[in-house]
Design a binder for this molecule. Structure first.
Ligand SMILES: NC(=O)C1=CN([C@@H]2O[C@H](COP(=O)(O)OP(=O)(O)OC[C@H]3O[C@@H](n4cnc5c(N)ncnc54)[C@H](OP(=O)(O)O)[C@@H]3O)[C@@H](O)[C@H]2O)C=CC1
Ligand SMILES: Nc1nc(=O)c2c([nH]1)NC[C@@H]1CN(c3ccc(C(=O)N[C@@H](CCC(=O)O)C(=O)O)cc3)C=[N+]21
Length: 299
């Protein structure tokens, strides 16, 4: 049976470091790290995530600001809000929750966020630093940064000689995850919807990371015995066992059968998800410390 990698425990340890760094900043310069989360529209799942981010920011001793904009917000209104937040000295981190409603273009909004406040790591400046091997001076997308911490708990920091396969190539997760694994010396394959023989590619992986958005796509026969399996998927599915009409979240990995083959595995919930929120707090406190030339905490 595989080692279950507990994301809640790892996230708690990140949160403790963040909380200490936030307190040190406040006692040093009298300023709290400021995080602004922007959400457009009424999607209940997105609101639930945003609320948990805002709540955690408060717990860490941050100045936490949430902007909930109506569904009919225009591109100009959203970009105007981002430019106000860019100019606001009390705000050190800005996150625009994705996806945006269909009538809005996310790319110009994301690229308008000041790189030093881009706690999602999506601005081309931050994505470019990661791609060119500068892991120190930019901000790295929270979910891959958190997933790497979980992988490091099993394999250490140097992944030399290990094959890593990432399923998914999004800017938010797949690409930055592949860059981080490559920077850690793994041999990296990025698989996606056009890949041929996905099960065969996955069976080569010592580290298999799934970020697709398809419940239980990764089956036991795709997993190399002893491999580390990281499940990034968050899928809401019916849960009749909890009562009629109830739902639950589940990952991209068929957990029980894969756990029987893997050496280590992350559960959903309780794996990568809590790390995402913790690393968002970490990025915000780092951004704030940089603003004031204060020591940067290590995560
Ligand atoms: N735990 C957390 O904190 C987070 C979880 N997530 C979750 O991770 C998952 C992925 O998110 P995200 O990267 O934003 O999603 P995207 O929808 O942007 O990307 C999905 C990727 O999966 C690939 N894909 C789709 N179908 C298949 C298939 N049949 N076989 C192989 N590859 C396929 C797509 O390929 P192609 O490019 O060819 O279309 C694409 O690259 C979602 O479930 C999301 O909810 C996301 C962020 C944070
Ligand atoms: N700009 C932007 N940045 C993001 O990082 C971003 C985003 N938009 N849009 C949506 C996805 C998804 N995402 C999650 C965050 C936390 C959990 C999380 O905390 N999950 C818990 C439980 C969740 C539950 O029970 O519903 C867990 O897995 O244990 C999940 C998913 C961030 N995303």
């Amino acid at each position: 049976m595989a080692t279950i990698i507990d994301g809640k425990v790892a996230a708690q340890s990140v949160i403790e470091t963040v909380t200490r760094a936030a307190a040190a900043l406040e006692s040093g310069v009298g300023v709290k790290p400021g995080l602004a989360v922007v959400i457009v529209g009424n999607d209940p799942a997105s609101h639930a995530y945003v609320n948990s981010k805002s709540k955690m920011a408060k717990q860490c001793g941050f100045n936490s600001v949430q902007h909930s904009l109506p569904e009919e917000t225009t591109q100009e209104e959203l970009e105007k809000l981002v430019s106000e937040l860019n100019a606001d000295p009390a705000i050190h981190g800005i996150l625009v929750q994705l996806p945006l409603p269909k009538h809005l273009k996310s790319e110009p909004v994301i690229q308008s966020i000041a790189p030093e406040k881009d706690v999602d790591g999506l601005n081309v400046v931050n994505a470019g630093k990661l791609a060119t091997g500068d892991l120190a001076s930019g901000l790295i997308s929270c979910t891959p940064a958190g997933a790497l911490i979980l992988i490091n708990k099993i394999h250490g920091a140097d992944l030399s000689g290990l094959n890593a396969v990432v399923i998914g190539r999004s800017n938010l997760f797949g690409k930055p995850m592949a860059m981080l694994l490559l920077s850690s010396n793994a041999t990296v394959t990025m698989a996606h919807s056009r890949s041929k023989d996905l099960p065969g590619i996955c069976r080569q992986a010592d580290i298999l990371v799934a970020a697709v958005g398809r419940p239980h796509m990764v089956r036991a026969g795709w997993v190399k015995p002893g491999a580390t399996v990281v499940d990034v998927g968050i899928n809401r599915v019916p849960a009749p066992e909890k009562g009629e009409g109830k739902t639950k979240i589940t990952g991209d990995v068929a957990y029980e059968e894969c756990a029987a083959v893997a050496g280590a595995i992350t559960p959903v919930p309780g794996g990568v998800g809590p790390m995402t929120i913790a690393m968002l707090m970490a990025n915000t406190v780092v951004a704030a410390c940089r603003t004031f030339g204060r020591p940067i905490p290590k995560f």
